[in-house]
Design a protein around this ligand. Structure first.
Ligand SMILES: Nc1nc2c(ncn2[C@@H]2O[C@H](COP(=O)(O)OP(=O)(O)O)[C@@H](O)[C@H]2O)c(=O)[nH]1
Ligand SMILES: [Mg+2]
Length: 248
């Protein structure tokens, strides 16, 4: 699960885990967020057992952001131990919840390190697009731009989940989907939204992203209402096992 802070990674991890287990799949969770307070699931393997941000704040006189950065970097020293814990459970599927702040996982070494460490297994990135945030075309564009940056760093197949879709109307969902499948729809929305200078830059960014082939139709999900999980799982399964569901 990768996405901006608050995009719904932890709740989607919880809902997806419940769903996988309800279909008798052997799924476990790895929490990589050292700053997580109330997780909506009980992590099977947890970075917080290896690094403690409060201790780091005390020891080094750091604020919460500094401590999170140090904690993410220090976590890398414990990946082998976490991997050993994971291997002990012999799961078929490992759901990985990443730190609230996307840059801690995607743009620092520890993210690609853990991907490499787990790389004998097939992997998929579920990139979360927060639906209420993506209602505005410029927000959607920035988010896709970030998704492209994540892809350039981690180089794994990505599935796009339009999260919290219970909070926007069906028309708004359709509009966001149209932006991701018809570049012209996004471009005219950008034009309507902004001054000509801003929209020109936006259009150029949109064009680059469209040409990169990185925009895919997002799958509307609601972790809260338990919607879209079947569709999300189908997309993940296609990547992980070429169409067949992993079985215990
Ligand atoms: N309405 C609604 N709220 C959601 C949904 N998913 C997450 N949230 C809320 O969004 C906030 C952030 O979610 P969280 O999973 O902690 O985001 P994270 O920072 O990406 O891990 C929490 O208050 C969640 O309850 C959803 O599908 N629908
Ligand atoms: Mg979280």
């Amino acid at each position: 699960m990768v996405g901006l802070a608050g995009s719904g990674k932890s709740l989607l991890a919880a809902t997806y885990l419940d769903w996988l287990r309800s279909t008798e799949q052997n799924a476990i969770s790895l929490n990589l967020d050292p700053g997580a307070t109330n997780l909506p699931y009980g992590p099977d393997v947890d970075v917080r057992n290896y690094v403690n941000i409060y201790q780091l704040m005390d020891e080094y006189g750091l604020g919460p952001n500094g401590a999170l950065i140090v904690a993410s970097d220090l976590a890398a020293d414990h990946f082998e131990e976490m991997k050993a814990e994971i291997d002990e459970s012999r799961p078929d599927i490992l759901v990985v919840d990443t730190p609230g702040q996307i840059e801690l996982f995607a743009f620092r070494e520890s993210g690609s390190l853990i991907c490499k460490l787990l790389s004998e297994e097939r992997q998929a990135i579920i990139y979360l697009l927060d639906a209420p945030f993506c209602k505005r075309p410029f927000n959607f564009l920035s988010n896709i731009f970030l998704a492209a940056a994540v892809h350039s760093r981690l180089a794994k197949p990505q599935v796009y989940a339009l999260t919290k879709s219970d909070l926007i109307s069906d028309e708004e969902i359709d509009q966001i989907i149209s932006w991701s499948v018809e570049p012209e729809a996004l471009q005219s929305a950008l034009q309507r939204e902004a001054s000509s200078m801003l929209s020109l830059i936006g259009q150029e960014i949109a064009e680059t992203i469209v040409q990169s082939g990185l925009i895919f139709e997002p799958i509307p999900v609601s972790a809260k209402m338990n919607q879209g999980i079947l569709e999300l799982n189908a997309a993940v399964t296609r990547i992980l096992s070429g169409g067949e569901e992993a079985r215990p």
